[in-house]
Design a protein around this ligand. Sequence first.
Ligand code: 5GP
Length: 116
Amino acid sequence: MTDREPSVFSRIVAREIPADIVYETDRVIAFRDIAPKAPLHLLIVPKTEEYANVAELAAGDPVLLAEVVATAQKLADEHADGHYRLIFNTGERAGQTIFHVHAHVLAGGLTEGSFA
Ligand code: 5GP
């Protein structure tokens, strides 16, 4: 048990708030970002909120991190041309706003040097 409120992403997993879900397994969910920064902007989220960021996920469950990366490739193949950026904002001053680890998949219309 945790005394923290469920994250926004856990509430999407629980279907408590709507999202445009494009892929789901028993361990990960992927949906469109509500404020897209590129023609394709997906978020891939481990369903567990045990890990706040990618470093914690890598240390705690590297197989789950590999599933996130494989999902990014699969979805970029299906929704774009297989070329994409995979971004994990880590820490408030790097722009992280939700402390439930998630990968941004950005594709299409990217210019050199642009970031999410
Ligand atoms: P961060 O800044 O933590 O790396 O990324 C959080 C992302 O979640 C942002 O790009 C933001 O637009 C997205 N986001 C925040 N709330 C929601 C929501 O309720 N639904 C969806 N689909 N995306 C959200």
